[in-house]
Design a protein around this ligand. Structure first.
Ligand SMILES: Cc1cc2nc3c(=O)[nH]c(=O)nc-3n(C[C@H](O)[C@H](O)[C@H](O)COP(=O)(O)OP(=O)(O)OC[C@H]3O[C@@H](n4cnc5c(N)ncnc54)[C@H](O)[C@@H]3O)c2cc1C
Length: 382
């Protein structure tokens, strides 16, 4: 075993930290308040290699691993969760293309993502099919050389700004097995019949675009199918095994950032004639936070390290996602508590971190779905 990071990984962390502390910190609060998407920032970030670091060299990427991708996102979320989410989601679904798209499709779509010239999204959730993805009813019906898509997806990241969206569609409704009925189809958002309504005033991560999207007889060539028809569910599960691991890194970064803010605060704040850092109750809280974060980080890195060796471990990915995201929610709660009433005001970033944290237990599989997966795997039941 070797827990040591390589020099390259250490450099990537330092570079990501420097960029986050310089560039993300400067505009994070403004983007949150104005719900504005930072186009200039993502261009700068892409030039430094912070967009889709896991995308292979032959597809225009840096060819790094999911571990490096996770380290970058951890550093971004440490400084600003909203902008961290923006960077994470620019290539959300690119794994699906990397695993299942044809060489021609990869060349067509992936390099422009890395350069932040184009943005993508991945739409799975529907009004009546959230956690139960196998019940999705957005349909794609073959008509000659095209698919005709109809339906409605909700809460889709980048819905109004993406150039193309992967759509989880029902293509084989007659299949007896629910897990063989769906396919993943790429839809360019400038096609007639695509409509997106932006969702405003989310609880947090407001710089990140979220929308309800509608497909009204959207026609795409059959070449837009990603992977195999009827394989959508298994392709989706492979995607989640990867995305859960780096989304878990969001939780590590948010928790680390929140703890650092609490440490700075308690060292400065005096009550009863003493720094509140000198109270044992405060020290115990910091001990809990630091230990929780360390366990989450170890789990997340192990899960990413495994992926980079080609070992897909659904159990470890679900554990990492559940634990790191739960740690984030717990740590940010204590960190705000340590700010007293000031933590409740916009003046301190901890308020923004607190609002951001909850999304981590909701998207990419809710806390309950993560635990369900862990329990089922361990018990060997379906
Ligand atoms: C900001 C934001 C961005 C998002 N981005 C995207 C995106 O880009 N693409 C996309 O497809 N979706 C996206 N989503 C949607 C998100 O993935 C879903 O909200 C999530 O999967 C849960 O689905 P649901 O909201 O329908 O909840 P439901 O599935 O209705 O769940 C409601 C509650 O019931 C629990 N529950 C459900 N089933 C079970 C069960 N079997 N056992 C125990 N408990 C259960 C859940 O854990 C939850 O607590 C986004 C959501 C938000 C808020």
């Amino acid at each position: 075993m070797d827990f040591e990071m390589s020099n390259r990984q250490k450099q990537i962390r330092l570079a990501a930290r420097e960029f986050a502390e310089g560039e993300l910190a400067a505009i994070g609060q403004e983007c949150e308040i104005k719900e504005s998407f930072p186009r200039d920032l993502i261009k700068k970030g892409s030039q430094l290699g912070f967009v889709g670091a896991f995308i292979k060299k032959e597809n225009g990427g840096l060819g790094l691993g999911f571990l490096e991708h996770a380290i970058i996102l951890e550093e971004f979320w440490r400084v600003d969760p909203g902008l961290g989410q923006v960077f994470s989601s620019l290539t959300f679904g690119a794994e699906e293309l990397q695993f299942f798209a044809s060489e021609e499709q990869k060349k067509k779509y992936l390099p422009a993502l890395v350069k932040a010239e184009r943005i993508m999204g991945f739409s799975i959730t529907e009004p009546e099919a959230g956690s139960d993805t196998a019940s999705a009813s957005t349909s794609a019906v073959k008509d000659g050389e095209e698919y005709v898509i109809n339906g409605n997806k909700v809460m889709i990241t980048n819905g109004t700004i993406a150039n193309f969206i992967l759509v989880y569609c029902l293509t084989n409704p007659e299949e007896p097995s629910k897990s063989k009925r769906h396919s993943i189809i790429l839809v360019e958002t400038d096609r007639p019949g695509y409509k997106a309504d932006q969702i405003h005033r989310k609880m947090g991560i407001r710089a990140s675009d979220t929308a309800n999207i509608y497909f009204n007889n959207v026609r795409v060539p059959k070449e837009n199918l990603i992977g195999k028809e009827g394989n959508g569910f298994s392709q989706l599960m492979k995607f989640f095994d990867h995305s859960r691991s780096y989304v878990a890194a969001h939780g590590v970064g948010l928790a680390q950032g929140a703890m650092e803010q609490a440490i700075n605060y308690v060292k400065k704040r005096k009550q009863f004639g003493k720094s509140i850092a000198s109270f044992q109750a405060t020290q115990f809280k910091i001990a809990d936070m630091a230990t929780l974060i360390e366990t989450a980080r170890s789990l997340v890195y192990k899960s990413c390290w495994n992926l980079d060796r080609g070992n897909i471990d659904s159990l470890l990915a679900a554990m990492a996602k559940w634990w790191a995201c739960n740690v984030a929610v717990r740590v940010v709660d204590e960190a705000l508590q340590m700010h007293g009433g000031y933590g409740y005001l916009e003046d301190y970033p901890i308020e923004r971190f607190y609002r951001a944290a909850k999304i981590l237990e909701l998207y990419e599989g809710t806390r309950e779905i993560d635990k369900m997966m862990i329990g089922r795997k361990i018990l060997g039941v379906t």
